[in-house]
Ligand binder design. Structure first.
Ligand code: THU
Length: 157
C-alpha cells in the first residue's frame, strides 16, 4: 500500500491591475460577458472568455431555460462556441466572472464539475495547458492548468 497525495497551487491577486496585460484583457472580457447572461431564474450572471493561441478572445454567458436542465453554464457556452466556431485553433486560457444585480461578486466563482470536465477535454484537444482565471471584484485566482481544478481527470476513452 502507498499513500498518495495531490497538492495544488494557485496565485491570488487583489485586483485587475496586478495581472499582466493579456490576463487582464481576458479577465475584463469575462466581466463584460456577464452582461450576455440570460438568467431569469437564478439572477446569477456568469460570464466566460476563452483565449486562443493567436490572442483572439471569444465570450459566452450562462443561458437558462424554463426546463431547468436545458440551460447551460457560461463556461460550457463559451467553450463549445469556441470549439464549434474555431475547431482548429488551440485554446490557452479561460477566465470566468460572476455577478448579481449588476455588480461583480467579491469572491471568484468556482466552476461546476461538469464545466471542469469540459475544460479538461479542450485542454487535451488543444495540446497545451489551459490557464483558468477566476475573477472576483476583491480577489482573482489564477490556476496554471485545468488539472489544478480537476485532479485525476477522466480521459480514458
Ligand atoms: N453557472 C455557471 O454559469 N457556471 C458555473 O460554473 C456554475 C453555475 C450558472 C448556471 C445557472 O445559470 C446559474 O449559474 C446558477 O446556478
Amino acid at each position: 500500500m502507498t499513500n498518495k497525495e495531490i497538492k495544488i497551487a494557485w496565485r491570488e491577486y487583489y485586483g485587475l491591475d496586478e495581472l499582466d496585460v493579456q490576463d487582464r484583457e481576458l479577465a475584463q472580457a469575462a466581466i463584460d460577458a456577464t452582461a450576455l447572461s440570460y438568467a431569469p431564474y437564478s439572477g446569477f450572471n456568469v460570464g466566460a472568455a476563452v483565449l486562443f493561441e493567436d490572442g483572439e478572445i471569444v465570450k459566452g454567458a450562462n443561458q437558462e431555460n424554463a426546463a431547468y436542465p436545458s440551460g447551460l453554464c457560461a463556461e460550457r457556452t463559451a467553450l463549445f462556441y469556441a470549439s464549434a466556431s474555431r475547431p482548429d485553433k488551440a485554446m490557452t486560457a479561460i477566465a470566468i466572472a460572476a455577478g448579481q444585480n449588476g455588480k461583480i461578486c467579491d469572491m471568484p466563482a468556482t466552476p461546476c464539475g461538469a464545466c471542469r470536465q469540459v475544460m479538461a477535454q479542450y485542454q487535451t484537444k488543444s495540446g497545451r495547458p489551459m490557464k483558468v482565471i477566476l475573477v472576483g471584484e476583491k480577489l482573482i485566482w489564477s490556476f496554471d492548468k485545468v488539472d489544478d481544478l480537476l485532479p485525476l481527470i477522466f480521459d480514458s476513452i
